[in-house]
Design a protein around this ligand. Sequence first.
Ligand code: UD1
Ligand code: CA
Length: 456
Amino acid sequence: MALSIVILAAGQGTRMRSDLPKVLHPLAGRTLLEHVIAATGGLGADAVHIVYGHGGALVPERLAGLAVTWVEQRERLGTGHAVAQALPGIPDAHTVLVLYGDVPLIETQTLVRLVAAAGGRGLALLTVELPDPTGYGRIVRDGTGAVRRIVEEKDAGPAERGLREVNTGILAAPAGALRRWLAALDCDNAQGEYYLTDVVAMAVGEGVPVATVAPGAVEEVQGVNDRIQLAERERDHRRREARRLLRAGVTLADPDRIDVRGPVRAGRDVILDVGVILEGEVELGDRVRVGPYTLLRNVHVGADTEILSHSRIEDAVIGARCRIGPFARVRPGTELAAEVHIGNFVELKNAQVDAGSKINHLSYVGDTSVGKRVNIGAGTITCNYDGANKHRTVIEDDVFVGSDTQFVAPVRVGAGATIGAGSTITRDAPAGELTLSRAPQQTRPGWKRPVKKPRD
Ligand code: UD1
Ligand code: CA
């Protein structure tokens, strides 16, 4: 069955009190609209049309890279009018799935069921029973339970307002029929708008079957109209991702205190402490442990590695059985082989550290390759930047670097070399030898400290 998706995103979002169009607001690291588009990913749709509003040109501008068709709705004349703007680009034989750019948590599985319920010929509505249906269109059924029509709250009488089954707005319908129905809409209602919801009574009148489907969870159909709702959806998303991890076998110290902002793959018996933030693509090997208040962004972590609290690791590959942190900063381009130890207040940038090496305290190591079994003492700094260009430091296998050493790159330290503490290394240090640069220690016998002059 050929499928076209129409996402309505022409709302101004006045209640956000923002200069940013509503659908560009971020939720878990992606815009609201991108969440909706992502949910359509598994549907095999032939096209995605996004209807954006007058003054909303920033939306196609910001998301220019997406493989979608942008349609401007110049005047905001109602949901029926909005869908009609996209229809000229959709063949009659397609099923049209209507979604909303400000309803971000819709799940693919729900949409699969909805499209299946439409069956290519019929109309399928996503509906939900709410304890408080205020503000929503109500689903009106007849004595046999068949759907008759949708009535908007503002047009509803008291009995209809008592109905608790509401229209989520999300529906699937055959494009040919939808084109006919939308052309016949009028705006003779309380809001003077062209209501998409009026197509339901038209379908019923033509004997087109109307089915309803319920979402897996209410949060899937809840929108974002203000920043309170944005925060609520963020919380819903957080809980949903936490449940996914728990189901996949991850231990969470507190499912309410973890943020997942991208796809995560986790092995067996992974443990994540409170305040962990996982962004972008994160892969955690078996038995990885992540301590409190740690951020991992686009990181691959090997099995049995432990990352201690308050660390920040971005665009990096961490090997197996490593120990990182607490308070470690690992910046893009860093690759750690197995059994590497990175300790507190150590910053790594574009550093490749081979197996068994240790950088345990207060160091900056950037644009550097470090061999196997190297020990880098506290306070070591690679001076990789001369104010104009970056240069590399190469430290070969089995080197021992004494504390408080500076390497003025470009510089190479040969295998097995020892660098004396407090050295400033400006030239290559030969393999196997002790190299140091240090002013000789002096003692001035009999020297006296100055004393304060007595006041007169
Ligand atoms: C609509 C439904 C209502 C449903 C509710 C669910 C209609 C007539 N009513 O009401 O039955 O219970 O959604 O939230 O469809 N939009 C445009 N262009 C327009 C008008 C709207 O893009 O001209 C977009 C808005 O940005 C928004 C969505 O469509 O994302 C819904 O529009 P809104 O006016 O908020 O509809 P509701 O009154 O909430
Ligand atoms: Ca609304």
